[in-house]
Design a protein around this ligand. Structure first.
Ligand SMILES: [Zn+2]
Length: 301
């Protein structure tokens, strides 16, 4: 699941009004990334000492990330993975990523700026701004041993939002869960798989119509996150034509008047589609720990 919960709500912000400091560019050895000394000021106590570019992401930190070659390479390749797997077009909009150095400054910022948010390790915001300015996409997170997974998860949300606008919560989270692990995992989340197989053994039955009715992250617990992941995993890796169905669905959601529910689409194909999904996913073997599977336990709230 998400270790990081994502907030798909809309906020209105005024322009950030950064100072006009000059940046001294330095060459990065990694792809198109570059790091600059960012003299942006301590605006809102956001991390601001260093600015690093990875593709369409501007990453702001107070500590240099360049030792983390794995993180850089993984984030650079993420758009290619989404394009290859689901035909999601490359992100055109910029996303600002703020990585706090410690949990105290992270919580202080959130409590001051967005009081009442549920406590999570990472957030994605799409903010409408006043005055007809283009919306701003922002990821807030903190350094942890799950930083890479959290960033892959939140940036997947950003790419989906950039391509399709606001998409239904279950598929937004399911796809983010699918891509949060390294590509050699092939979307498989060991913890999710084990937990959901236990859910089903205990009598829980997947219910896509219920998932589709959820509109707020506050309605989503661990079970909902892993079931969202299971639907996406099943569609991409097991169901013939599942990828095409996801692509068509996302494209339709960009034109809401044409949209119908995913459960309705699957039901028209097979009445007992939920049972079929459960049966097939129950037969997927849980890999041994460390065998091409995420190290993270991955769980939402
Ligand atoms: Zn999320």
């Amino acid at each position: 699941m998400v270790a990081s919960l994502c907030l798909g709500f809309w906020l209105f912000l005024y322009p950030l009004g950064t100072s006009g400091c000059h940046f001294a560019k330095t060459k990065s050895p990694i792809g198109q990334t570059s790091v600059v000394r960012a003299c942006l000021g301590a605006k809102d106590d956001l991390p601001s000492s260093l600015r690093t570019r990875i593709g369409r992401c501007l990453i702001f930190t107070d500590e240099d990330l360049h030792d983390d070659k794995i993180l850089f390479e993984s984030l650079e390749k993420l758009p290619l993975e989404l394009a290859r797997e689901l035909g999601i077009p490359p992100q055109q909009k910029w996303v600002k990523v703020y990585i706090f150095s410690d949990s105290q400054s992270f919580r202080n910022y959130l409590d001051t700026t967005y009081p009442g948010l549920p406590k999570r390790r990472a957030y994605f915001f799409a903010k409408k701004r006043a005055g007809g300015l283009a919306e701003e996409m922002q990821v807030l997170t903190l350094r942890s041993d799950r930083l890479l997974q959290d960033l892959r998860h939140e940036l997947t949300h950003a790419m989906l939002h950039s391509a399709f606008g606001t998409v239904p919560l279950w598929i937004d989270e399911g796809i983010a869960e699918y891509f949060e692990n390294e590509p050699n995992c092939l979307g498989l989340n060991r913890a999710h798989l084990g937990d959901i197989q236990s859910d089903w053994s205990g009598g829980r039955i997947p219910n896509l119509k219920w998932l589709e009715s959820l509109t707020s992250v506050n309605q989503m617990g661990r079970e909902e996150y892993r079931e969202s992941w299971a639907w996406v995993y099943w569609l991409i890796r097991i169901h013939p034509g599942g990828k095409d169905m996801i692509q068509a669905y996302l494209a339709d959601k960009a034109q809401p008047t044409k949209a119908i529910g995913f459960a309705q689409i699957l039901e028209s194909e097979q009445n007992d589609f939920e049972f079929q999904m459960m049966e097939m996913m129950s037969r997927v073997n849980i890999p041994e720990p460390g065998n091409s599977i995420s190290k993270r336990g991955g769980s939402p709230p």
